[in-house]
Design a protein around this ligand. Sequence first.
Ligand code: PHE
Ligand code: NA
Length: 447
Amino acid sequence: RMMKREHWGSRLGFILAAAGSAVGLGNIWKFPYMAGENGGGAFLVIYLVLVFTIGISVMLAEFVIGRMSEKNAIGAFAKLKGGLWPIVGLFGVAAAFMILSFYSVVAGWTLSYMIKAVTGALSIEDPAALGDIFGSFISDTTSPLIFHAIFMALTIFVVLSGVGAGIERASKILMPALFALLIVLIVRSVTLPGGMEGVAFLLSPDFSKVTWATVSDALSQAFFSLSLGMGAMITYGSYLAKKENLPGSAGWVTLLDSAVAVLAGLLVLPAVFAFGFDPSAGPGLTFITLPAVFAQMLFGSFFAFLFFLLLAIAALTSAVSILEVVVAYFVDDRGINRKTAAVVLGFVIFLLGIPSSLSMGVMADVEILWGKNFFDLMDFVSSSLLLPIGGLLISLFVGWIVWGKAQEEIAAHNGIVPVWIGAWGLIVKFVAPLAIAFILLKGLGVF
Ligand code: PHE
Ligand code: NA
């Protein structure tokens, strides 16, 4: 069964799909509250430094592995080297199961909030009342599960339609829509009375509160946000034509993802300050403060709807890339057809998401391991352990195992100025592995 591997239709299609993977709940929902919990500007600076050194380099490494092998996350390592290396891909597939299971739960909340916006259920100016609405919605046993199911069904639908007709086409429509919505909403948020305080919070760093926990949070967030460390970019890279410029693509995707994170911070944090909220209020921040802003605006319900639509779109293009990691493996290496793989694996992930959803209510206090409930455990194991470890091993693989071939892969298909290839080599060989290991161990309090 030697089928020719499907390719992206155009370079723009690929960049939008990869940016679609990167830009997601991680930027718009997670980044603002992580920055809020970690002191704002200082977190932003550390985050950007990590993104533009380690992040961009690991992304290029993943693109190279993918295009060189034209294989899924596990198969790529098997084809290029074998031995124990495919375990890196196996970790990635495991991380994909975990991440998508809780990601889809949160994405489900955004779908439900689109409906709440339209019906006027969010047109309440009192943030405390909005807090109650959010709390009682997510802690409910059944309705969040219905939206989790709907979101997984949408994700499955895009993935089973294929790389070109599904993923690329959806990204080409959804990503421009996302950028347009974001601009409209930011203009409104920063012009709120008191909103500039939030801007100052994000843009003026105070390093006195920075700890190693801050740095390790920034590292996990960088990997999560750029979709790195689990083979999503290996998989997307495997559908790339040989002529494409890989460093340029990695640069664009990294830039777009960081821009959206900063913009989302500028969208959410001014609203937090305008209402005298605590910026370290955590995961509820986005779902509680923004509706309070919208409620005070002319056509507020409409803007609230637009915002949650924006979140849902961003989440969908990311979820698609996570499911694709798993599906590509079963299609390439297990001989299962794409439609069956998407439906069956998507359903398994839906089931795995159920305890995460219940962790907001009936299972909130059920400690599974290390004092964490199911949701927090999935998030911790995947984002704080598997992704950085995956990134570390991917760097070592490119830097030491296939370095010669990797350089050719880039240079032969027009790419990079020699001095940059040297810098990239230095990072994947030494800087990234050492820095990731150090930050991980420090963050875990090992020394
Ligand atoms: N990058 C996505 C986000 O920021 C999440 C994601 C993680 C997607 C890992 C793919 C792989 O929301
Ligand atoms: Na992101």
